[in-house]
Design a protein around this ligand. Structure first.
Ligand code: MG
Length: 160
């Protein structure tokens, strides 16, 4: 078994779409990004790649590459899952913490868990998504951006 962690930040701007964990969130502001800005999926991709020591998301999907402009981040996660699968790994569990001042994400949490579980091909019970504000402190608290941490455990039968 191997553990991995991932971290990502995206800035918020008025009038842009907000997608988190592959789910559209109703919000007056969304993420500034080369891709669709799904900061939660980006953190999760880095956690998975980190657990398998397969580099990072910027290395596999550079934001200088026009192929990835506006790309649905679910496709990036799907590709990362394929890479781990090719190495013989399965995902044991995923735990994600999203720091966002607004809007409240509670109504979206179950859809987010189902979305990620579907892409990873694992049961929803293995996927945790949590959300917190930062009590109006820092750049997250001022509504300037969103911060996400992801932790994963992966397993490869009987191998180190
Ligand atoms: Mg990112």
């Amino acid at each position: 078994m191997r553990i991995g962690n991932g971290y990502d930040v995206h800035a918020l701007a008025e009038g842009l779409p907000m997608r988190l964990c592959g789910v559209s969130v109703d919000s007056p502001a969304g993420f500034v990004a080369h891709s669709d800005g799904d900061v939660a999926i980006h953190a999760l991709c880095d956690a998975l790649l980190g657990a398998a020591a397969l580099g990072d998301i910027g290395q596999h999907f550079p934001d200088s590459d026009p192929r990835f402009k506006g790309i649905d981040s679910r496709l990036l996660l799907s590709e990362v899952a394929r890479m781990l699968s090719a190495e013989g790994y399965t995902t044991v569990n995923v735990d994600i913490t999203i720091a966002l001042q607004a809007p409240k994400l509670r109504p979206y949490i179950d859809s987010m868990r189902e979305s990620l579980a579907g892409i990873l091909g694992i049961g929803t019970a293995r996927v945790s998504v949590k959300a917190t504000t930062t009590e109006r402190l820092g750049f997250v608290g001022r509504g300037e951006g969103c911060e996400v941490w992801a932790t994963v455990l992966i397993d490869r039968d009987g191998q180190v």
